[in-house]
Design a binder for this molecule. Structure first.
Ligand code: PLP
Length: 382
């Protein structure tokens, strides 16, 4: 049976070229990049080259890139590190639809004395910019707003958010884990202080990510040790992983046009086909600017976790959103924040495409999904 992989927001396949590029740093040039002998020279050079590539693609300085183990670490580091250096300021502003890598950190800081404002979103998944402006206080240390939502693909207007936040001199972090590799990002123009990214979301390997930290913005280091990453994040560098991440990022930039034309068309065709074929279905965040690959569709009257199993039986891999607990009847907090009724939200399936998703993949999905929904609705009615 064929596999139709439509869960690329969860993780992506490592591109074969990317996989090949990382191999030598595990089996040939495996020396520690911080050592001085011949076994390390190529590793250290590869690390420098990867940093250069990432800085070029993202539009920042090499010294502003810190390699980490994942997006979660980058988010934690920026948020905790900023609070630690905030000279007594203890107020954080964020949104109700952030990934747990942000929300759980903010909640933990709140439990330890910080004050937190969580901005709600409207039915389109957007925050109210006036509410953001009003939320800023003299003791606000940090605003953290994601660039693209992982469940709905909704894009936040980070340019406008930055203008508001920076006018008040407050540090701004953006969780760009779902955005990097999917929308163009130019840090020479985007006025954020911190940005988190993760290689496995753009056809790089798992277990490697990066944090952009703008020069001069204070951020405390928590991972102390051997002084790697200029003392900002200790730990022996994952040279192969970093090399792979830089190549994957470069490839994603090359695929950007295709992604915003062919992939977007395929996503739109999938959405329209499902809306036409499934009575009552609707798309979350449809009126907002969105990632071109993501479609969050509610199929009222079905249980998404059960539907995922039926989709899997015909080879279709999708997702019910990151926080949907199978069988527990807990709908996504993101959809709840958007005001989607809990009954409808329980039937949400996220389809997320890649640049190599084909028209045949979409045809196959359109062939099977409507029948599965109909069967589930008939069974639950009976
Ligand atoms: N932030 C967002 C928006 C995500 O979608 C994810 C992963 O799904 C993360 C952070 C965490 O990234 P990682 O899996 O690299 O820790």
């Amino acid at each position: 049976m064929r596999t139709i992989y439509l869960d690329n927001n969860a993780t992506t396949a490592v591109a074969p070229e990317v996989f090949d590029a990382m191999r030598p740093y595990f089996v040939d040039h495996y020396g520690n990049a911080s050592s001085v002998h011949r076994a390390s020279v190529k590793a250290a050079a590869a690390l420098r080259e990867a940093r250069k590539t990432m800085a070029r693609v993202l539009g920042c300085d090499e010294g502003e890139i810190i390699f980490t183990s994942c997006g979660t670490e980058s988010d934690n580091m920026a948020i905790r590190g900023t609070l630690e250096e905030s000279l007594g300021k203890r107020h954080i502003v964020t949104t109700a639809v952030e990934h747990p890598a942000v929300l759980n950190v903010v909640r933990d800081l709140e439990a330890h004395g910080a004050t937190v404002t969580i901005l709600g979103v409207d039915r389109d998944g957007q925050i109210d910019l006036d509410e953001l402006r009003d939320s800023l206080r003299d003791d606000t240390a940090l605003v953290t707003v994601m660039l693209a939502n992982n469940e709905t693909g909704v894009l936040f207007p980070i340019d406008e958010i930055a203008a508001i936040v920076k006018e008040r001199g407050v540090a701004l972090h953006t969780d760009a884990v779902q955005a990097v590799g999917k929308v163009p990002i130019d840090l020479s123009k985007l006025n954020v202080d911190f940005l988190a990214l993760s290689a496995h979301k753009f056809h790089g390997p798992k277990g490697v990510g990066a944090m952009f930290a703008r020069k001069g913005t204070p951020c405390h280091s928590f991972l102390l040790g051997g002084g790697q990453e200029r003392g900002r994040r200790a730990g022996t560098e994952n040279v192969g992983g970093v090399v792979a991440m830089a190549l994957a990022l470069e490839r994603a930039a090359q695929h950007m046009d295709h992604y915003h034309t062919v992939t977007r068309d395929l996503r739109d065709r999938l959405e329209q086909g499902l809306l036409d074929a499934v009575p009552g279905a609707f798309v979350n965040g449809a009126r907002s600017p969105r990632l071109p690959n993501t479609s969050s569709i509610c199929f009222p009257g079905v249980d998404a976790s059960a539907m995922l199993l039926l989709l899997d039986e015909v080879g279709i891999c999708a997702s019910a959103g990151s926080a949907c607990k199978s069988g527990a009847g807990i709908a996504s907090p993101v959809l709840a924040a958007m005001g989607v009724p809990a009954g409808d939200a329980r039937g949400m399936i996220r389809f997320s495409l890649a640049h190599d998703t084909t028209a045949e993949d979409i045809d196959y999905t359109l062939e099977h999904v409507p029948g599965i929904v109909e069967r589930m609705r008939r069974t639950s009615a009976a």
